[in-house]
Design a protein around this ligand. Structure first.
Ligand SMILES: [Zn+2]
Length: 313
């Protein structure tokens, strides 16, 4: 329940973007990124997704079957620790096959396509999707499936006559609910826009026991982490793939994050507290529209978003 104070914004550098682009370029040159599915240490950017490739000039494929397919994890988040990854093995009447692997949403629409040339039967291959659509936008929440087929117009590969279970589907979300524990939305004085002396409440309060872990609702870059008399220990995250900034206040201890850090969706950012101008343990959560927190943007009511994320978390 912080008051409006003199918060200091950090500088929004573009160094990370350049590094990420350089990494993408490196991986685009190779075939498939080699990093496994295990979470890499927080604070470093997630591994890039697999290169999408390009259609073959004279696509060719045999009669395809799917010998094996496994998708891990079954649930993941945009800019989170682990991207949806498909390990698959085809069977084919040809030694080399030009494949397309589509990410298909629940409505049956293809949101992204990967092209693979000269794929041999009975050899495992991997695809990792970074959660962006063909237009480069974060994909919508929902159920998705990998679909493997030839590049030539023909039906997708069918399951081979083996006892291997195929897992091609997964769920994908853009945001994590930030409070990992029992919580309650404050619907009175803790609402966005509730009166304060000389101003209005710029966030939504989420009541939870002190010590409850907090995670980043959306990863990105830490725009500022510090202490302020009203906000207490707080952290502001410039959300990746969104024009919005996210602010978390009254943390019991200084956030383990520092200004400029890269943070992933779902990464721990601190614990619930009552530092600063707070009379009970809670998270004060703000969302700011473009161009962002103390960069000319304005806060808006985050409760509808919080309620949405809470339902699937
Ligand atoms: Zn508040």
């Amino acid at each position: 329940m912080r008051g409006k104070g003199n918060l200091r914004p950090g500088s929004a550098g573009s160094i990370f973007t350049l590094v990420a682009m350089a990494l993408l370029a490196i991986f685009a040159a190779g075939a498939v990124a080699s990093t496994g599915g295990a979470p890499t240490p927080g604070g470093s950017p997630p591994p890039p997704g697999s290169a999408t490739g390009a259609p073959a000039t004279a696509p060719s494929a045999g009669t395809l079957t799917l010998v094996a397919a496994e998708t891990t994890p079954r649930r993941s988040f945009y800019f989170g620790y682990r991207y949806p990854r498909l390990s698959y093995t085809i069977g084919s009447s040809q030694p080399l096959n030009d494949l397309r692997i589509d990410i298909v949403n629940a409505a049956g629409e293809v949101v992204k396509t990967f092209y693979r040339e000269d794929v041999a039967p009975n050899v495992a291959d991997k695809i990792r999707w970074d959660g962006t659509t063909a237009e480069g936008k974060p994909a919508r929440n929902g159920h998705y499936s990998f679909q493997i087929g030839p590049q030539t117009p023909a039906p997708p590969a069918r399951k081979a006559t083996t006892s291997t279970a195929l897992s091609l589907s997964f769920t994908f979300y853009g945001y994590s609910f930030p409070v990992l524990g029992p919580h309650e939305f404050s619907l009175g004085a803790g609402r966005f826009g509730a009166p304060r002396s000389g101003h209005t409440h710029e966030g939504q309060d989420v009541m939870a026991e002190c010590g409850t872990p907090l995670v980043a609702a959306r990863g990105g870059k830490v725009q500022y982490a510090g202490f302020q008399y009203a906000a207490g220990n707080y952290v502001v995250i410039d959300g990746r793939g969104t024009p919005n900034d996210f602010m978390y206040a009254h943390l019991a201890e200084p956030s383990p994050l520092h200004t400029g850090d890269t943070v992933r969706t779902g990464q721990p950012i601190g614990i619930v507290g009552e530092t600063g101008d707070a009379t009970a343990c809670h998270l004060h959560f703000e969302m700011w529209g473009p161009p962002g927190w103390y960069e000319g943007g304005s806060p808006f009511d985050p409760l509808p978003e919080l309620e949405k994320w809470d339902r699937y978390s």
